[in-house]
Design a protein around this ligand. Structure first.
Ligand code: PMV
Length: 339
């Protein structure tokens, strides 16, 4: 019996991944930062099994101590995708005990942190017990990608790129940390305004596939490629105005892609638009480094640097908190990655 435990945080994309080719190859590179508090904590126990007839591992999945057989198909599909890299998984009984620090449907990507935590557990057992070699971060990231594309970025801390960019950096197979980040962006906050906790009406799997016959797809992929290179230059120089401009344009473009797909989807709610207006007004009057991004849902990620922390806490939150369900705001910030 072998056991390990990893904690992996979620991440929030500034340049969005939306559209992919077979084998989880992204249509354009993306760039995110990894969070601190919103994470998945996973314990993996591998047990020799005498009952298994075929290569597939047998699973026992527990979420917060409760058995969750409904989680098994997605995890099994993930394990099947990495069996060649980790052949010792074949025919084993795997007990997966997992929990998140954030609520389901909170607008925080649990598949990113969940798949990253599991990929780190497997690479760790591989390195420690099965081959006796150092932990390979890029392999953990590559595996996580096969579970959920954006999960490969959660294997590293700070700002992280996934996908090959025109400056010759990055890889489509695994994520890589962004090397040069100006002190302005060393501490960056993500306060998630829970404006709607209902199930979202389009999964990211459906969303990616809708980009296949999308009338604006080629332009969007070109824009995503350009924005990745632009964002890295912005991160180097510390220009928060351009950072916010690019971030908000990416968020609204993501939603514009959903609105113009066939069938179309509108995931923003009236409260999302109201909160955006409040943030824009606040930025105009204070000239502080505050902006927003959105994931594939209605909740708003309020992104700001350390210079704006006091004003956000004291002046902006009182103006937007009433819009949130049960006044819920999840306060997070950039973090160091899994451990
Ligand atoms: O990793 P997936 O397949 O859940 O897709 C993530 C898509 C977005 O969260 C909307 C954007 C991103 O880059 O994280």
């Amino acid at each position: 019996m072998y056991t390990t435990r990893w904690i992996a945080p979620s991440n929030i994309a500034i340049v969005k991944y939306w559209g992919k080719f077979d084998h989880q190859i992204p249509a354009n590179p993306s760039l995110s930062f990894t969070l601190t508090h919103s994470h998945t904590d996973t314990k993996l126990t591998v047990i020799e099994s005498k009952t298994t007839q075929n290569d597939d591992p047998t699973l026992e999945v527990f979420y917060d101590g409760i058995s969750k057989p409904e989680f098994q198909p997605k995890i099994l599909k993930f394990l099947q995708a990495i069996l060649n890299e980790y052949p010792w998984l074949k025919g084993k009984l795997l007990k997966i005990e997992t929990k998140n620090t954030f609520p389901h449907s909170s607008g925080i990507a649990s598949s990113a942190s969940g798949m990253a935590a599991l990929a780190c557990c497997i690479e760790d057992l591989h390195a420690t017990y099965f081959v006796g070699q150092p932990f390979r971060w890029h392999k953990a990231s590559e595996s996580a990608r096969l579970g959920s594309g954006s999960a490969c970025r959660s294997v590293y801390g700070g700002f992280v790129q996934w996908g090959h960019s025109s400056d010759g950096e990055g890889s489509d197979f695994f994520a890589t940390p962004v090397q040069e980040v100006h002190p302005n962006f060393k501490t960056i906050y993500d306060y998630i305004l829970i404006l709607d906790s209902g199930e979202k009406s389009v999964s990211s799997t459906v969303g990616h596939s809708l980009m296949k016959n999308h009338p604006y797809a080629s332009h969007r992929f070109k824009q995503g490629k350009e924005n990745t290179v632009k964002l890295k230059a912005i991160l180097k120089t510390g220009d928060w105005r351009r950072f916010i401009e690019l971030m908000e344009s990416e968020a609204l473009t993501l939603h514009a892609m959903m609105m113009t797909s066939t069938p179309p989807f509108i995931l923003m709610k009236p409260k999302t638009l109201e909160a955006i207006q409040k943030i824009w007004q606040f930025r105009q009057t204070t000239n502080l480094p505050i902006g927003f991004t959105l994931d594939a849902g209605a909740n708003l990620h309020l992104i700001f640097t350390a210079d704006a922390l006091e004003a956000v806490e004291q002046k902006l939150l009182p103006e937007v908190q009433y819009l949130c369900e049960q006044n819920t705001i999840i306060k997070d910030l950039i973090g160091r990655g899994p451990f």
